[in-house]
Design a protein around this ligand. Structure first.
Ligand code: ADE
Length: 246
């Protein structure tokens, strides 16, 4: 089994290591199904006060991360890689991350995530080392650590062995590009609301049909934009027509 390696270049290494040490990613790290190399960019400062930022040329608010510490940190990581890895810079100016991008990145053996802070990183080093500019959505965060953790979480769960059988079965149902159907557990009546009768029937074909229709309905009501790209059968299309023209 291949052991994927994620490298994270950051000024807040604890945030990343601790964030990924829990739950499913933590379990997979313990089992060494993938590995995480978190590197503190500050360790590459060329300054006795360990500064890694300076004022922006041309003036303006905030500080900019200097290119040298970022490059030296990158160069050290590359030395430990077999071939030149993809380097992903977390930025709201990037392409918006998606399940499709996660699937593509999960095929790599090594990935480097570069987390910026302050007003960003000197553009020259970005031009030099970054292969992919990715965003996690149209909002601004204080740094790239949370986006890197989001991406590592979603990429790592696609690596064989990270999810157990039950967890991966749950994922299958999102593969067709539709939202999940609603789930219920005990009690059968909660605050006067009953669990849908079909789920208590034990009739598997009816349950499958009901769940699939619920997925279609949810996607239609909550994320109709997804339907353009979803895999729909002729009977799915008919069901959706019925929702549009009741
Ligand atoms: N850094 C700051 N905001 C971000 C976002 N939305 N996505 C990725 N990186 C970011």
């Amino acid at each position: 089994m291949r052991n994927m390696r994620f490298h994270v270049m950051t000024l807040f290494p604890d945030m990343v290591s601790q964030g990924l040490a829990s739950s499913i990613t933590g379990r997979a790290l313990e089992k060494e199904i993938f590995s995480l190399n978190v590197v503190n960019i500050r360790d590459y400062s060329r300054d006795k006060h360990r500064h890694v930022d300076d004022y922006p040329y041309g003036g303006g608010a905030g500080m900019v991360m200097q290119p040298d510490p970022v490059y030296d940190c990158y160069a050290d990581i590359v030395k430990s890689c077999g071939k030149k890895p993809r380097v992903i810079y977390m930025t709201p100016q990037g392409t918006v991350f998606s399940q499709k991008i996660a699937q593509e990145l999960a095929l790599e053996e090594e990935l480097v995530f570069l987390c910026g802070h302050y007003e960003g990183i000197d553009d020259r080093v970005l031009e030099e080392i970054v292969t992919d500019y990715l965003s996690i959505g149209d909002y601004v965060l204080t740094g790239g650590e949370l986006p890197a953790m989001v991406m590592i979480d979603s990429i790592s769960r696609l690596i064989p062995g990270v999810l157990n059988n039950k967890e991966s079965a749950e994922y299958e149902s999102f593969q067709d590009g539709l939202l999940e159907y609603p789930q219920y557990t005990r009690p059968e009546v909660y605050h006067g609301m009953r669990v849908p009768e079909v789920l208590l029937s034990g009739h598997h074909a009816n349950i499958e049909k009901w769940r699939h229709e619920q997925s279609l309905k949810r996607t239609f009501l909550r994320r109709p934009d997804l339907l353009d790209r979803a895999c729909l059968s002729p009977s799915d299309k008919k069901y959706l027509e019925g929702l549009k023209n009741p």
